[in-house]
Structures are given as structure tokens and as C-alpha cells.
Design a protein around this ligand. Structure first.
Ligand code: AMP
Length: 368
């Protein structure tokens, strides 16, 4: 039997930066293949990931001694949160390989760097301008057009740190509402895209450059949070192929090792614009847990351990429903529903807007 070189053998320990549900589901996939996970995060204690991991360290992103001890205790490091500070990743990488690495993170943590990178590959995004003050927001809106979305350049998620701008919006009020201090490039103004739907593609790439991508899926949001994923997306073959091409092009150009989700807008002419990148497993890939031969979490384990990537074939079509906040109270009904596969994240408190679990519903391929 041949073990790929320099692949890590089952029994090795994967370090996980971040302790949420994405880490948890990666740790479960790792365990299925005989790997252990050691999770590191400031909030690791009794976290979704710690509950299913072999070891944990509660440590800050600036605690160099704790980071170093962690790096020495694991064979490879990956992450489930793309905002891990780059200096922490650089410190870890001096001791143990980190995939995806600091270069990928510095692009994905900053919407301006991200859009510049994507546009530099000849791939379209919404028109955008950097803005560091209310006056710069006003100037950007004058250039782009009256309908825009203002976002904080860093650390936004699920629609947080964002403001819609219309013809009647006061730019100063919009700037105040996203809660960032005046500073060059602190914000980004994007033209509002009139899309027919939002899609995403998840691509996995190994250190040898091997790549696989799941089919494009459609994502529907409620209150800025992903509500449902429909897999595969009901888009034309040409649109699906373009989304796939874009995803592979970006993963290759980033020299990614790991898993990358690319969120995209489909325009009325069937064209595709990139919205954002997430270099980790993604909520829109949870359907793969029950519908695909290899799920996105196992692909991450395979990619970072230097193993061959798995088949992305899907044996069923699927619809994933997120359980947000009190939705999770429906768990007894969901367990009783035939054809529904329930996944809960072990979070004690169902706060509004908090992702508590998800349900996958499967359908015969091509039946919907
Ligand atoms: P984001 O945090 O960038 O993923 O944005 C959250 C959601 O806001 C997206 O999934 C879209 O539904 C919407 N959105 C973000 N940017 C734009 C845009 N430029 N035009 C239209 N809708 C947007």
C-alpha cells in the first residue's frame, strides 16, 4: 500500500485555529480517518470544536509562548476562521506548516486586498472604491452611482459592519453606522449588484496543485445570514461552468492548500461576479456532509495532510436549512422527519442570529 509522500499518516495530530462549528465538523471528519485534532482559540473552552477534539489550548492570538507550545504539539495546522491575525500564523509557521498560509489570509481578511486580487486576475466584482471617511464615502457614491453597499474592510460577517446606501441616504450616517474609525481604507463602497441569485463554489486544492470543486450551489439569505442552500444551483450550464472556472482560477492563483469558498452573484445576463472569499469550509458546503462521497471537511483534512483529494460526486440533490437561534428548538420534529439529516453544534445558548445547527434534506438527483 502506498502512502503519499509527504502525507501525514492517520494517528497524526492536526492543529485547528478557531473553535466553532466548522472546526467541530472538521474534527469529526478527521476522527473518521484516524487523525486527532488539537484546537487553539481564545474561546476554546467547552466550544463546539473542543467538545469533539483530542486536545485544546485556550490562548490568545498574541500569546507567543502558547502559540509556540501548540505548534510543537501538532503535525500540521489549519484554521476554521479566516481572521486569525497574520502575525500569529507567521509565528506558528516558523515551527509547523500552516495551511492555508499567511499569504492567503492577508488577501481574504481585507475586502480591498481581496477585490484587488480578484480583479487582477481579470475576474469581475461589483464596482468598488476604498473609503476612509464620510467624505470619501460621498465621493465614492458620486462615482459609482446612488445604490451602493458600504462595508468595513476587515472583520465583517453575516452582513455585520454593512450599510445599504440609496439616493436618500446620508453618507455620514452610513459611515457612522458601520462603526469604524476614520482611517485610510477602513471601508469599501461597492456598487449594488442586481443579482438573479447568489451562488458559491467550494474548491479544495492540495500542495501538489491537485484541485476538485463541488458544483455551484444557490444561497438564500434572511436578515443577512445564510438561510438555505440549494444544491446544485438551478443556473444554466454556462453559468455553473463560469463559477467553477473562477473558483479554480482563484484557488490556483492563491496557491491555496486547503478549502476555499467563493461567494458570487449571478447577474441577469447569466454572468458571474465575485462577492467574497473564505479560505475554509463554508456554511454553503454543509450539504456535502450527506449528499457527497467526500464532504468539504474531509477534503480539508485530506488537503492539509497531503492525502489525495476525495471524489466530489453527489449521490443526491440537497437542500440545507440553517438552524438559527430558536430554530434549534425544532430538533425533536426534525429528528422525526424522514429524509432529514440533523446536525447540531453543541452550543449551550440559542442567542438570536447564532448558528446552532443545520438540516440537510436529500432528493433524488435531478428530481427538483
Ligand atoms: P457579504 O458579507 O459581503 O457576503 O454580504 C452579505 C450579503 O449582502 C450578501 O450575501 C448579499 O446578499 C448582500 N450584498 C453584499 N454586497 C452586495 C452588493 N455589492 N450588491 C448587492 N448585494 C450585496
Amino acid at each position: 500500500m502506498s502512502i503519499p509522500s509527504p502525507g501525514l499518516r492517520p494517528g497524526a495530530t492536526i492543529g485547528m485555529l478557531g473553535a466553532g462549528q466548522l472546526g467541530r465538523m472538521t474534527a469529526l471528519a478527521a476522527a473518521r480517518l484516524g487523525y486527532k485534532v488539537h484546537v487553539y482559540a481564545p474561546d476554546a473552552a467547552d466550544s463546539p470544536c473542543e467538545q469533539v477534539s483530542a486536545a485544546s489550548t485556550v490562548g490568545g492570538w498574541d500569546d507567543l509562548d502558547a502559540l509556540e507550545a501548540f505548534a510543537r504539539s501538532v503535525d500540521v495546522i489549519t484554521l476554521e476562521w479566516e481572521n486569525v491575525p497574520v502575525p500569529a500564523v507567521e509565528h506558528l509557521a516558523r515551527i509547523t506548516p500552516v495551511h492555508p498560509g499567511a499569504g492567503v489570509l492577508s488577501v481574504a481578511q481585507d475586502r480591498i486586498a481581496e477585490k484587488s486580487f480578484v480583479n487582477g486576475l481579470g475576474i469581475g466584482t461589483a464596482p468598488w472604491r476604498a473609503a476612509g471617511s464620510a467624505a470619501e464615502v460621498a465621493r465614492a457614491v458620486a462615482e459609482i452611482g446612488p445604490r451602493c453597499v458600504l462595508k468595513s474592510t476587515r472583520l465583517g460577517y453575516d452582513g455585520k459592519g454593512q450599510a445599504r446606501i440609496g439616493a436618500d441616504t446620508d453618507p455620514a450616517e452610513a459611515w457612522r453606522s458601520i462603526g469604524v474609525a476614520d482611517a485610510p481604507d477602513a471601508g469599501i463602497v461597492e456598487g449594488f449588484v442586481t443579482f438573479t441569485c447568489e451562488v458559491s463554489v467550494i474548491v479544495a486544492r492540495g500542495a501538489d496543485g491537485a484541485m476538485i470543486a463541488y458544483p455551484a450551489v444557490e444561497n438564500r439569505h434572511k436578515n443577512g445570514i445564510l438561510d438555505r442552500t440549494i444544491a446544485p444551483a438551478k443556473v444554466s450550464a454556462a453559468t455553473a461552468a463560469e463559477a467553477d472556472r473562477i473558483a479554480r482560477r482563484i484557488a490556483g492563483a492563491l496557491d491555496l492548500v486547503g478549502v476555499l469558498a467563493i461567494e458570487m452573484f449571478v447577474t441577469p445576463d447569466g454572468g458571474v461576479l465575485v462577492n467574497e472569499l473564505a479560505p475554509r469550509p463554508h456554511n454553503s458546503g454543509h450539504w456535502t456532509m450527506d449528499a457527497c462521497l467526500t464532504d468539504q471537511f474531509e477534503q480539508l483534512v485530506r488537503a492539509v495532510c497531503g492525502l489525495p483529494l476525495g471524489s466530489v460526486d453527489h449521490v443526491a440533490d440537497a437542500e440545507m436549512e440553517n438552524l438559527i437561534g430558536d430554530d434549534v428548538l425544532r430538533w425533536p420534529d426534525l429528528l422525526a422527519e424522514s429524509g432529514a439529516r440533523l446536525h447540531l453544534y453543541g452550543k449551550a445558548e440559542a442567542r438570536p442570529g447564532r448558528k446552532m445547527g443545520h438540516v440537510n434534506r436529500l432528493f433524488p438527483k435531478g428530481s427538483r
